[in-house]
Design a protein around this ligand. Structure first.
Ligand code: SAH
Length: 235
C-alpha cells in the first residue's frame, strides 16, 4: 500500500491485522483482502475475487463545457458516482472559463483527486479517465457508436432522448456533449449535427449544465442497464 493508504487504514480507519478490505486495481477486478502490517508498512493479502457490479454495460463518455468553481467539482463527483467512464472538458464560444487557466497541472491533479475519492466512496472498480481540456472543434473527432448533443433548444416532443436510444439498441460507447452555463450557439450545434451527432432534448425546462449532465448520464444508464433484459446469471 502507498503511504497515504497505509495512513488511512491504520490511523483513520483503525484497522487491525486480518481485517477484510475491498481492493480494486483499476483493471476491473475487485478483490477481498486481509490487512497485514509489516512494521511501518501495510499490505493486503488477497483472499478471493468478488463479482464487480459497479460497471455500466455501455461505456459512457461525457464531453462537458467547462463551468466554474464548485459546480465543476460537483459535476465531477456526481458523474463518477453515475458510472461515467471518461470526461472530456471543452471550451466553446459561450464559455466563461478559459482553456489556459484550466490546463494548469494543479487543477488537473485536484480534479483527479475528486474523481478518485468519488470512485472509492461509491465502490467503483475503475477510475474515471479525465482528458485534458480541448476546443469545441475537436469534439467532432471523438469516436463513439452513438454521439449525442444535449441542446437546450431541441424540441422536447420531436427530439426525445428515448427515441434516439430506442433506435440504437446496443451501442458500446456513447458520447454525450453537454454545454456550459452559456449553452451552445446555433453554429456549434449545426457543426456537430453535420458530423453525425443527434440533438436531444432533456425536457421542456432549461436545466443548469451540471443538472443536464447528471440527468443525461442517469437516463442513459437507466435505459441500457436498469430497464433492459436481465443477465442470465442474475436471475
Ligand atoms: N444559457 C442557456 C442554457 C444553457 S444550459 C440558455 O439560457 O438557453 C447548459 C447546458 O445544459 C446546455 O448547453 C445543454 O447542453 C444542457 N441542457 C440544459 N437544459 C436542457 C434541455 N432541456 N434539453 C437538452 N439539454 C439541456
Amino acid at each position: 500500500m502507498t503511504k497515504e493508504q497505509t495512513h488511512h487504514i491504520r490511523r483513520v480507519m483503525r484497522m487491525q491485522q486480518g481485517d477484510v478490505i475491498r481492493v480494486a486495481d483499476n483493471s476491473g477486478r475487485v478483490l477481498l483482502a486481509e490487512v497485514e502490517y509489516h512494521q511501518e508498512e501495510a499490505a493486503a493479502r488477497v483472499v478471493r475475487e468478488v463479482r464487480d457490479r459497479s460497471r455500466t454495460s455501455v461505456e459512457l463518455i461525457l464531453a462537458q463545457g467547462m463551468i466554474k468553481g464548485e459546480k465543476w467539482d460537483y459535476l465531477l463527483q456526481k458523474s463518477a458516482e453515475l458510472g461515467v467512464a471518461e470526461i472530456i472538458p471543452f471550451v466553446s464560444s459561450r464559455c466563461v472559463v478559459k482553456i489556459k487557466d484550466e490546463k494548469s497541472e494543479k487543477k488537473i491533479v485536484r480534479w483527479n483527486k475528486i474523481l478518485c475519492e468519488a470512485c472509492e466512496q461509491c465502490k467503483r472498480s475503475t477510475l474515471v479517465r479525465l482528458q485534458p481540456p480541448c476546443t469545441f472543434s475537436q469534439l467532432s473527432q471523438i469516436d463513439a457508436d452513438l454521439r449525442l448533443i444535449a441542446y437546450e433548444d431541441a424540441d422536447c416532443k420531436s427530439e426525445r432522448l428515448c427515441e434516439v436510444l430506442r433506435a440504437h439498441p446496443s451501442p458500446k460507447r456513447v458520447l454525450m456533449v453537454v454545454g456550459s452555463e452559456g449553452g451552445f450557439s446555433a453554429d456549434e450545434v449545426e457543426a456537430l449535427t453535420a458530423s453525425g451527432f443527434h440533438r436531444v432534448s432533456l425536457g421542456g425546462r432549461i436545466l443548469r449544465a451540471e443538472t443536464a449532465a447528471i440527468s443525461l448520464l442517469n437516463s442513459i444508464e437507466f435505459y441500457y442497464d436498469m430497464a433492459g433484459e436481465k443477465d442470465e446469471d442474475d436471475i
